[in-house]
Design a protein around this ligand. Structure first.
Ligand SMILES: [Zn+2]
Length: 224
């Protein structure tokens, strides 16, 4: 009798969920699989041998990844983190200036809704301003660690535009911006560069700056 025997790896699924697939360029379903080598007889697994490791497979493009890929945040997780991080940033920069300034508050609301938190309003802003500042700082640190340098710079620039919505940066606002930069994981040189560049941009494009437009309006409305 002819015996046909061999060795073959069989996989079974040990988990599934959503992850960020680099190949597809978006959030996709995956299956997390573990393999084991079997001694086969007539192509049937008979004797289990060693484990051969695990992988994560995209169910859309079938690409296999090492399991570390599950540590990469999904697009949805990044959006949630971005909105939460921007809320914390907004609260810190507003507290450093005049938290009651309508121009700065308007700009702050636009920034957070633009970051994905569509329902963010005056009430939510008020609640954030009443929250403890040190917790906001921790949130910003965790958030900044996930960002590329350009994204950190963008967040800091947004904070500076909020602070400048009602006038030039005050000393306290500048200090808060420097602290924000450090919490985001930027060096002091990067922080100084972004602050200077954003100030220049706001001053060079006065129509985009609320306070300048407002002061011009006041000047025009004033009797000659
Ligand atoms: Zn894929």
């Amino acid at each position: 009798m002819l015996l046909i025997w061999g060795l073959r790896v069989f996989y079974h699924t040990i988990g599934q969920g959503t992850f960020h697939c680099r190949k597809c360029g978006g959030d996709r379903q995956y299956r997390h699989r573990a393999g084991r080598r079997f001694f086969t007889l007539f192509f049937i697994p008979v004797i289990p041998l060693n484990r051969t490791g695990e992988h994560v497979q995209c169910l859309t493009c079938k690409t296999r990844y090492v399991t570390e890929v599950l540590k990469v945040p999904t697009t949805v997780q990044m959006q949630v983190a971005l909105a939460a991080g921007m809320r914390a940033i907004v609260a810190i920069i507003l507290r450093a200036g005049d938290p009651a300034s309508p121009l700065s508050r308007r700009r702050a609301l636009d920034t957070v809704t633009g970051a994905g938190d569509k329902d963010y309003d005056e009430y939510a802003l008020e609640a954030d301003l009443a929250g403890p500042a040190d917790r906001a700082r921790v949130k910003i640190g965790a958030f900044g660690a996930q960002l590329q340098i350009e994204a950190r710079e963008w967040c800091l620039a947004e904070a500076i535009r909020i602070a400048m919505a009602d006038g030039p940066l005050t000393g306290a606002e500048r200090a808060a911006a420097e602290h924000l930069a450090a919490a985001l994981g930027m060096t002091q040189a990067q922080a100084v560069g972004v602050i200077a560049l954003t100030e220049q941009n706001v001053l060079a494009r006065p129509r985009l700056s609320g306070w300048y437009a407002h002061s011009r309006y006041v000047a025009r409305a004033a009797p000659p």
